[in-house]
Design a protein around this ligand. Structure first.
Ligand code: BEZ
Length: 324
């Protein structure tokens, strides 16, 4: 087998993406004949045709499609490793934290204040970024730590479950249920309009799990709040989808519907909104700390200690995790 370089793989990926030799040559700042030669060498070494040259625009053969899917994942990994390696020799003394809005409205400001007491010289920056985007941002070095609410399977990422936070129901003070202080059941809420505000669907259950646990794709409810209702066999009579939590609470304040929010948010809009406990202990939202498995930022340990310190001050129960 002929010796291949990263160059050959990059040439193939670019041709596949651009569907054109001339566009790919332009993107890689090289000549068309050189690109075409690299593709031929790659095909010769594999013994397969990867690109159907008679098709316009250029098209991958079935073998080419397979190779593209596998090799582009490998190249992304190589890119991640290269970026991490470069960062090892130029450590960043600032700590860039990614967070989802619901943790900012909750305990994040207190956690940062405690961290700054123990590391007064540490420069901290905060970036509003969704749970899923935090994974790519950790790999690219845009953030060092992420606080999110979804679990991710990723070989590069270490996830520490900080705690499960209970959801509460948010109702307008004008709502008929607002006058009764007893905890509510989800069933009490189903004849209301439910305001949905999550931007990211829940990941579908892994299809490789034991058969008994596999949901048919159309049975799985991926909208996070509807998923909670579906777990109790319930469906709200109507829903409205909005772009963020603050807008959802605005609609609740206007008595346009009800929603569920993590408990730490119950200080928002207290003049218009009443927050009611739910009877279901299992209706919770997890909070995760995400970081890179290899070479995490040195301040991660202090940050985890700051989180636990805040939990202890507030009497929040948690299970301490070791960062390995
Ligand atoms: C929490 O609410 O548990 C939390 C919020 C922000 C950072 C860490 C923990």
């Amino acid at each position: 087998m002929q010796k291949l370089a990263l160059d050959h793989l990059q040439a193939f990926i670019e041709i596949a993406q651009q569907q054109s030799f001339s566009q790919a040559a332009k993107a890689l700042n090289t000549s068309q004949p050189s690109l075409s030669r690299k593709l031929k060498q790659l095909e010769k070494s594999l013994g397969v045709t990867l690109i159907d040259r008679y098709h316009r625009p250029l098209k991958l053969t079935p073998a080419g499609q397979f190779f593209y899917d596998k090799i582009s994942a490998v190249l992304t990994e190589i890119d991640t490793i290269s970026q991490m390696t470069r960062r090892m020799v130029s450590p960043n003394h600032a700590l860039n934290i990614g967070f989802v809005p619901s943790v900012l409205y909750g305990l994040l400001p207190e956690v940062i204040a405690v961290l700054k007491q123990s590391c007064p010289d540490l420069e901290v920056t905060l970036n509003d970024i969704s749970s899923y985007q935090q994974i790519a941002a950790l790999k690219s070095g845009d953030i060092d730590i992420g606080f999110g609410r979804f679990f991710h399977h990723d070989p590069w990422i270490c996830q520490i479950l900080l705690r499960h936070e209970r959801y509460v129901a948010a109702l307008s003070k004008q709502h008929p249920l607002a006058s009764n202080p007893a905890p509510l059941s989800l069933k009490d809420l189903t004849n209301n309009r439910l305001i949905l505000y999550h931007q990211t669907p829940l990941p579908a259950p892994n299809s490789l799990q034991a058969d008994a646990e596999v949901f048919a794709a159309d049975e799985f409810e991926s909208e996070p709040l509807l998923h909670i209702f579906a777990n109790y066999g319930l469906t709200p009579m109507a829903t409205t989808k909005v772009s963020d939590l603050q807008i959802a609470l605005g609609l609740v304040a206007a008595n346009e519907g009800v929603t569920l929010v993590p408990q730490a948010l119950q200080s928002l809009r207290p003049e218009q909104i009443c927050y009611r406990k739910l009877i279901h202990e299992a209706v919770t939202s997890p909070i995760y700390l995400h970081t890179l498995k290899d070479a995490p930022h040195p301040a991660v340990h202090q940050l985890l200690q700051a989180v636990y310190h805040v939990y202890e001050q507030r009497g929040i129960t948690y299970r301490p995790q070791k960062f390995v």
